[in-house]
Write a protein that binds this ligand. Structure first.
Ligand SMILES: *[C@@H]1O[C@H](CO)[C@@H](O)[C@H](O)[C@H]1NC(C)=O
Ligand SMILES: *[C@@H]1O[C@H](CO)[C@@H](O)[C@H](O)[C@H]1NC(C)=O
Ligand SMILES: *[C@@H]1O[C@H](CO)[C@@H](O)[C@H](O)[C@H]1NC(C)=O
Ligand SMILES: *[C@@H]1O[C@H](CO)[C@@H](O)[C@H](O)[C@H]1NC(C)=O
Length: 505
């Protein structure tokens, strides 16, 4: 059965890869242009043996990394063409528009190639190049170096794609990674976001990064990435009129902001925005970035709504989990019953008419079978939290957007998530191996769901559930943040995207 879900996940991944191919990407001149889903791609590139660093001694204040060999003939950006079948099948009108944009960005790239290189950026790029070399070496010979010391946590086990490489990358991030936050903009639209309800990650991340003593840097010349600190949810809350319904207000605010920082500072123009990032959990996140084409196609977007059909590009964009944080702080308490005490096979509660997948789920499973409890609204005598804690499987079906807060709720409740979604890139899937702690059921298999879930043996279930517990730490929200928690995992996703980008490639 698990075999089956693996097949599905590889279909998902290959789909993702095809979609990526139509999106403008930044130059990976030293690496191959085939597109693995995971950003660990540099392992496959040509190796440079110039690095003498080992992790414990790597400190860029004391020992500047060796300069990378820069090929002046390579363009700042190289663009992908839409030549895969699945790309061609995409909506024709959208494709035309995208092709036009790609041409425009290409022209800009050519202009940029003749510009003088920026000394600070060259230094930053050299640091990243040295980090890539370290990671590549770590990827090649994980057994040669013994365990890395870490007082808090050592990633092990099959919940990771490569625990050793993740650990190395994480520690390197802690040593090197620097984020600059543009100070322009006033609350409530900027530097502030919702900290409750389903869009809470916007406010949580903003608050944590603004007071981060380790990663935040106040000298923009030392930064690896630049944060555009707007909140899509706040802009809509304050400026979107539900009667006039002028969605363009969002695009105007964001467009103006990018205009402001790109005329006041050199950083945006230098990189065409590719080392800039935004974060939003709102359904309209992808749309919000559309107004500034390079924000959409070259900047790093951290999105809950990681829908590859809306040009989410996992090579440069990163998915973030959606969490429904409650105002009364009475967040779902961690933990639930052990496997053998879980009496309900599967549970779901949520609105039926919300996207395309849920009506199918309801058609086959609402009031059909006591083992699979599907509710539009939980009855008074049933507690949502208790159901999550006493069910073996918690169904996480996409609604209007691909992400669902149920995914994190299931992980908190130690209930094995069943993912029912399409074109969704899972959070932290660059380092986490979701098949070790979740089950995927494709939309076409919804009618067979009971058979699929019953086909998972007790032994296999126990493994999945134990792994759910192990992965919890990466989804916990802490204030102040703790190492390896959700905030740091988001930063790590960002770090990988930045490593994947070579501005002077
Ligand atoms: C960046 O480019 C824009 C448009 O080409 C230009 O208006 C702006 O002045 C440039 N910014 C800087 C800091 O030179
Ligand atoms: C689980 O079930 C066993 C046997 O029915 C019972 O003894 C135990 O107390 C239960 N554990 C919990 C946490 O409910
Ligand atoms: C809740 O009430 C309904 C209707 O009275 C009943 O059928 C159901 O078994 C109850 N559920 C629980 C968990 O008590
Ligand atoms: C993903 O994006 C496509 C294209 O915009 C849209 O048709 C689809 O409904 C989206 N999926 C979800 C679950 O939102």
């Amino acid at each position: 059965m698990i075999c089956k879900s693996n097949n599905q996940s590889s279909t998902l991944i290959s789909l993702t890869l095809f979609v990526v191919a139509i999106v403008v990407a930044v130059s990976y001149a030293t690496y191959s242009l085939s597109l693995p889903a995971s950003p660990w791609s540099w392992r496959r590139g040509p190796l440079s043996s110039s690095s003498k660093f080992s992790i414990p001694s790597f400190n860029h204040h004391q020992s500047p990394p060796p300069p990378v060999i820069i090929n002046p003939k390579t363009a700042l950006y190289s663009m992908f063409k839409c030549d895969s079948d699945s790309c061609k099948k995409q909506n024709g009108k959208m494709n035309k528009e995208v092709s036009k944009l790609i041409e425009e960005l290409k022209d800009e790239t050519l202009l940029r190639r003749n510009k003088k290189r920026d000394k600070n950026l060259e230094k930053v790029e050299a640091e990243l190049a040295a980090a890539r070399v370290l990671m590549r070496n770590a990827g090649r010979s994980p057994s040669s170096s013994s365990r890395i010391y870490d007082p808090d946590y050592i990633p092990v086990g099959d919940i990771y794609r490569n625990p050793y490489l993740f650990h190395r990358s994480y520690l390197l991030m802690e040593k090197l990674f620097k984020v600059y936050i543009y100070e322009e903009g006033e609350p409530p639209l900027f530097h502030k976001g919702p900290t409750f309800d389903i869009y809470s990650m916007e406010g949580v991340f903003l608050n944590l990064i603004e007071k981060d003593p380790n990663f935040r840097v106040y000298d923009p010349n030392r930064a690896h990435v630049y944060f555009l600190p707007f909140s899509v949810t706040m802009i809509l809350n304050y400026l979107f009129d539900p009667i006039i319904r002028d969605k363009a207000v969002l695009e105007r605010v964001i467009g103006d902001y990018v205009h402001l920082v790109s005329s006041r500072y050199p950083y945006w123009n230098q990189s065409l925005g590719s080392n800039h990032f935004m974060l939003t959990c709102h359904d309209w996140g992808p749309r919000a970035s559309w107004s500034v084409h390079s924000l959409y196609f070259t900047s790093i977007r951290l999105l809950c709504n990681a829908n590859t059909s809306e040009f989410f590009n996992p090579r440069k964009d990163a998915p973030i989990p959606q969490i429904n944080l409650h105002r009364d702080e009475n967040v779902m308490i961690l933990g639930g019953l052990p496997a053998s005490n879980r009496t309900t096979l599967a549970f779901f509660a949520g609105s039926e008419f919300h996207g395309k997948i849920r009506p199918i789920l309801f058609k086959y499973w609402k009031d059909k079978d006591g083992d699979i409890q599907v509710y539009d609204r939980v009855p008074n005598n049933v507690s949502y939290n208790d159901m999550m804690k006493t069910s073996r499987f918690c169904l996480c079906a996409s609604g209007y957007e691909v992400a669902s807060p149920r995914l994190v709720e299931a992980i908190y409740a130690e209930c094995v998530p069943v993912l029912i979604s399409q074109n969704y890139v899972l959070p932290f899937s660059d380092v986490l191996n979701w098949d070790a702690f979740s089950v995927r059921v494709s939309v076409s298999e919804i009618p067979n769901m009971k058979r699929i879930l019953l086909g998972i043996s007790d032994h296999e279930y126990t493994r999945l559930q134990e792994n759910v517990k192990r992965v919890q730490r990466h989804f916990l929200v802490n204030n102040p943040a703790k190492r390896y928690d959700i905030y740091h995992m988001i930063l790590h996703s960002l770090w990988l995207r930045r490593l994947n980008l070579n501005i002077y490639g």
